[in-house]
Write a protein that binds this ligand. Structure first.
Ligand code: C5P
Length: 238
C-alpha cells in the first residue's frame, strides 16, 4: 500500500436506504475516496447510483459477494468493471475456477474497454458463522482454518486479496504473499461506540496487524461531523 493516497486506506460503508441519503453522505465526506455499496443499496438503486457516485468523483467498492457458476460470476464482474468500480467481492467458497474466471474477466474487460481493472476480493467465512455452523454445513475445519484455506485458494486463483475480520488478519498475512490485500471491517476507534459489533479493533491496531484497508461505517457515517471523524481516523493510522 505504500505510495497510495492514505485516504484510500479507509472505505466508507454506505449503509443507507437510498440514493438521496447515499449522495448526501458522500458529499459530506469530500476527502473520502472509497465508498462501499452493498447488496441492500444496490438492489434498491441499481447501477444508476454507481454512475452518480462516479460523477461525484468517488471510488466504488461494489460489495455483492458474488457466488454462482464461473460463467455467471465472470459476466457480473465484467458488468462491474464497465461501471468503473474499483473493487468487488466474491465468495471464495465458489471455488477456484469461479475466482479464476472472474479475475480473467476483470483483466480482459479493463484492457479491452479501457476501464480500470477492479480489484477482486474474496469473502472467506462470514463472521456470522461459528465453528458449529460450519460443522452443520459439513465442514470439519474451524472458522479460522477455513478462512486461511480460502484465502490461499483465492490467492492461487488470482484474486487481489480478501475481506477478513480483524481477528484473522495475522493468520491471513502469514499465509499469503506480501501484496495480497487484507480489507477489514469491524473497526472502532477508541472514541466511538461499538454499536452491534462484538469483536472490534481500533484502526491503528488493525493496520499494525497488517490490514491494508479498513471498512468503516457508523463511527464516520453517524458522527456529527463525518469529515472530522474520517480525518481523525486517517491521522490515527498514518
Ligand atoms: O458501521 P460499521 O462500521 O459496523 O460497518 C461495517 C461495514 O462492514 C458494514 O457494511 C458491514 O456490513 C460490513 N461488515 C462487517 N463485518 C463483517 C463483514 C462486513 O461489519 N464481518
Amino acid at each position: 500500500m505504500s505510495g497510495t493516497n492514505p485516504a484510500e486506506r479507509i472505505i466508507i460503508a454506505l449503509d443507507v436506504k437510498n440514493k438521496t441519503e447515499a449522495l448526501d453522505l458522500a458529499r459530506r465526506l469530500p476527502r473520502a475516496v472509497l465508498f462501499k455499496v452493498g447488496l441492500e443499496l444496490f438492489t434498491a438503486e441499481g447501477p444508476e447510483l454507481l454512475r452518480e457516485l462516479g460523477r461525484e468523483g468517488k471510488g466504488l467498492f461494489l460489495d455483492l459477494k458474488l457466488h454462482d457458476i464461473p460463467n455467471t460470476v465472470a459476466q457480473a464482474v465484467k458488468s462491474g468493471a464497465r461501471h468503473g468500480v474499483r473493487m468487488m467481492t466474491l465468495h471464495a467458497s465458489g471455488g477456484s475456477e469461479m475466482m479464476a474466471r472472474a479475475a480473467e474477466a476483470a483483466a480482459e474487460t479493463a484492457s479491452r474497454e479501457g476501464v480500470p481493472r477492479p480489484l477482486l476480493l474474496g469473502v472467506t467465512v462470514l463472521t456470522s458463522l461459528a465453528d458449529a455452523d460450519l460443522a452443520a454445513l459439513g465442514l470439519a475445519a474451524s472458522a479460522r482454518d477455513q478462512v486461511v484455506r480460502l484465502a490461499r485458494l483465492a490467492e492461487g486463483a488470482g484474486l487481489d486479496g480478501v475481506v477478513s475480520s480483524a481477528k484473522e488478519i495475522e493468520a491471513v498475512r502469514a499465509e499469503t504473499r506480501k501484496d495480497f490485500q487484507v480489507v477489514t471491517p469491524g473497526i472502532r476507534p477508541a472514541w466511538a461506540a461499538a454499536d452491534d459489533q462484538k469483536r472490534v479493533m481500533t484502526p491503528a491496531e488493525a493496520v499494525r496487524l497488517g490490514a491494508d484497508r479498513l471498512v468503516i461505517g457508523r463511527p464516520v457515517t453517524r458522527a456529527d461531523d463525518p469529515q472530522r471523524a474520517f480525518d481523525r481516523i486517517l491521522e490515527e493510522i498514518s
